[in-house]
Design a binder for this molecule. Sequence first.
Ligand SMILES: [Zn+2]
Length: 106
Amino acid sequence: MEKEMHCESCLLPIKVREDLVTVWAFFKIRLYHESCYANSLKGAAALFVSNTPINRFSGNFTAIVAFIVAWIPLFTDITPAITIVCSLIVLLRLYSFIRFEKHLPQ
Ligand SMILES: [Zn+2]
């Protein structure tokens, strides 16, 4: 079940994992070419495209930190809402990988 993935910016298919940038915007994961992502950040679209790519170093780093922080409320008096938010961040990272990145060749 190979499914073509298309860039939200130029609408062309994304062929390799290296070229894929996943971004969380407007409650949906959006896919971009690496170059289109860079371009869209320069243009007016920067207003609509959120800051951090999910599948790049910053996204991986955020997910790891979120995973660690998610445990803290279990051992302290800090609100459990932190666990919920952090779990969502980790799940989003996993979802991006399973739903999109896994299907593209390296
Ligand atoms: Zn593109």
